[in-house]
Design a protein around this ligand. Structure first.
Ligand SMILES: [Mn+2]
Length: 387
């Protein structure tokens, strides 16, 4: 049995100001081609199909297209809902869609009812654990102390109990959307929990042959038999070093046999560059990034004029601009009161401009500050008189 493991498509999500639907459609085509060319027996999608509970129409249409193309391949597919999906909305029509071989598992109560897919040596049982929000499912699983570990452990107890009843030699795959201890996050997952400990020890998933994890957006190996596929596309610059991919996993008669990484198409590489604006516009080693999506951090001590337009002349795909001016640190031993001592309001205001911009106010700006301070003083005087 050969399965293809992917997750975190986040259909409808943008990358900064770039609409990613075209890249997402290209990924779907790549997925379908991989299923065909690599003789895949089952596809598993471990949550976050969509980016939000109510996705834009174009994302719903792309998902519809993906379902049709997967069904046309005749390759069974198992999908779960993630923390970004609305389980109820994603699950609409699941019964009918299931007849076409696409199994949407969005009901926590059904997590121990597997999708059985046979190969030459018997059945492989696919258990889809949709994202389990502890506060919402603690009664369903009868756990007294709510938390990700408690509800996932209870769900896995049900899975192992079901598996124990099946014929010897039945192999098992679990799909789960969770933050497993030891996994490395990026900036684009968005919090899986509000308060409390989100991470779940990997031992919770003991007893099955492969755990197809979703939620973390970087491809990673928790153990040989428990892996994150990561998202097929980057959704933050923190993923600049990621290699976006899927796992092609082979199960033999005894369980896990091998896993191979299959790269996803790269719509445009990411680059994080840092330095003074003049350097970034001149450095020869940055030529390779001229066509990349760029995040630039400018270190100029004085904020340069019109930095975005100037950067865009060399790096037309600059999407993010940050400032981290490199200046001599202020003496931390001097207290705020000491620094203000003997300085009038005008001087303090001018110091503030220098502090935030790196350069003090020019003559015109000084006049504006003076006028503003005068206006406040006049206002105060009027109020005194009125009293
Ligand atoms: Mn996700």
């Amino acid at each position: 049995m050969r399965l293809l493991h992917t997750s975190d498509w986040h259909l409808g999500r943008a990358f900064h100001r770039v609409n990613m639907l075209g890249a997402q459609a290209e990924f779907i085509s790549h997925l379908v081609a991989t299923v065909r060319e690599r003789a895949v027996d089952a596809v598993v999608v471990s949550g976050d199909v969509y980016d939000r509970a109510v996705p834009p129409l174009a994302a719903v249409e792309l998902f519809d297209d993906a379902l049709h193309r997967l069904a046309d391949q005749g390759t069974p597919t198992v999908m779960i809902s993630g923390n970004h999906d609305s389980a109820r909305r994603l699950g609409v029509g699941a019964g009918l869609i299931g007849r076409a071989g696409i199994h949407l598992r969005t009901d926590p109560g059904a997590c121990a009812t597997p999708v059985l897919i046979p190969d030459a040596t018997g059945d492989v049982a696919f258990y889809g654990l949709p994202y389990l929000e502890p506060a919402l499912v603690k009664d369903e699983f009868g756990v007294s102390k709510p938390g990700h570990e408690a509800v996932l452990a209870a769900a896995m107890d049900r899975v192992r109990a079901d598996l124990a009843e099946r014929p010897a030699g039945t192999r098992s795959v679990v799909l789960a959307h969770a933050f497993v201890t030891g996994g490395e996050a990026s900036d684009s997952e968005r919090d899986i929990t509000v308060g409390g400990v989100a991470a779940v020890p990997s031992g919770v998933f003991d007893g099955v042959d492969y755990v197809a994890l979703g939620h973390l957006h970087g491809s990673q190996v928790i153990s040989e038999r428990a892996r994150y596929s990561g998202s097929p596309l980057p959704y933050s610059f923190s993923e600049a070093d990621h290699r976006k991919s899927m796992w092609l996993v082979d199960l033999d008669a005894h369980g896990f046999a091998a896993a191979e990484r299959v790269d996803c198409p790269v719509p445009r590489p990411l680059a994080r560059i840092r330095g003074d604006l003049a350097d970034l516009l001149a450095r020869p080693d940055l030529t390779a990034h001229e066509e990349s999506w760029v995040e630039a951090t400018l270190t100029d001590p004085v904020r340069p004029d019109d930095p975005m337009a100037r950067l865009a002349e060399r790096f037309p795909h600059t999407l993010s601009l940050a400032f981290d001016p490199q200046r001599a640190p202020e003496d931390p031993d001097v207290s705020y009161a000491q620094r203000l001592k003997g300085r009038d309001d005008q001087q303090i205001a001018e110091d503030f401009v220098t502090h935030v911009r790196g350069a003090g106010p020019d003559e015109r700006e000084r006049a504006v500050l003076r006028e503003a301070l005068d206006a406040v003083r006049i206002d105060d005087t009027r109020r005194e008189v009125a009293r």
